[in-house]
Design a binder for this molecule. Structure first.
Ligand SMILES: O=C[C@H](O)COP(=O)(O)O
Length: 214
């Protein structure tokens, strides 16, 4: 299982979380990545943790104020990127453009989707993985795997029907080792989470608990 921790714009210390994630990943032998704010990418990557961007724009050099170039996040040390997060939605054309820009810069891609239908559509664009996240459960205390296991199972089927090479992750409310184990039992090969670590009093302990079920 891949554990992808999105720090969103939460008021946590990205270096402290990154260092903890690096150490827990090494100790447990589990793949853990951290996606900080774009401005923190270099500092986070310097810790040695696997570093991801939260977003890339479907553009290259040019008159694109406020954009985030895939090449720039790769230069900053990112090895992957989220695309179309529930809090950073894109048009279909822009999802495809962002995925292509990321792939051109050797970034791994996870396209987010609300439900199984969107997950299947996202898989058709050829990302490395699709993350299904019901918006209503994001930031809550109940894991998607407990609150709505059918959405995870159906998303696995929807993605596999389109392209067996695309992995399916799930997210929303994932915060414990039991949540990660339940996601794996439903067929997910990764989890996308945020508040369970970024808002934890002790992010290292939260990460240790998360990987305990793997
Ligand atoms: O990117 C992470 C997801 O939106 C899940 O967030 P959450 O773990 O706070 O529910």
């Amino acid at each position: 299982m891949f554990v992808l921790v999105n720090l969103k714009a939460y008021p946590c210390d990205p270096i402290a979380v990154a260092t903890a994630a690096r150490d827990v990943a090494a100790d447990a032998g589990v793949r853990i990545a951290v996606a900080p704010q774009a401005a923190d990418l270099s500092r986070v990557a310097e810790t040695g943790v696997e570093t991801w961007a939260q977003h890339v724009s479907p553009i290259d050099h040019g008159s694109h104020t406020g954009s985030t170039r895939a090449a720039a996040v790769a230069d900053a040390g990112a090895v992957g990127t989220l695309i179309n997060h529930s809090e950073r939605r894109l048009t279909l054309a822009d999802i495809d453009g962002a995925r292509a820009a990321a792939a051109d810069n050797d970034l791994e891609t996870v396209v987010c989707a609300n439900d199984p239908a969107q997950a299947g559509a996202a898989a058709a664009l050829g990302p490395d993985a699709v993350a299904v996240e019901p918006p209503a459960l994001i930031g809550g205390d109940v894991s998607v795997a407990s609150a709505d296991p059918g959405i995870v199972r159906d998303a696995v089927d929807a993605v596999t029907d389109v392209d067996e090479a695309v992995e399916l992750f799930c997210g929303a409310g994932v915060s414990t080792g039991a949540d990660v184990a339940a996601a794996a039992d439903l067929g997910a090969s990764g989890v996308l989470l945020a508040s369970g670590v970024a808002k934890a009093d002790d992010p290292r302990a939260a990460l240790e608990d998360l990987v305990s079920g793997i």
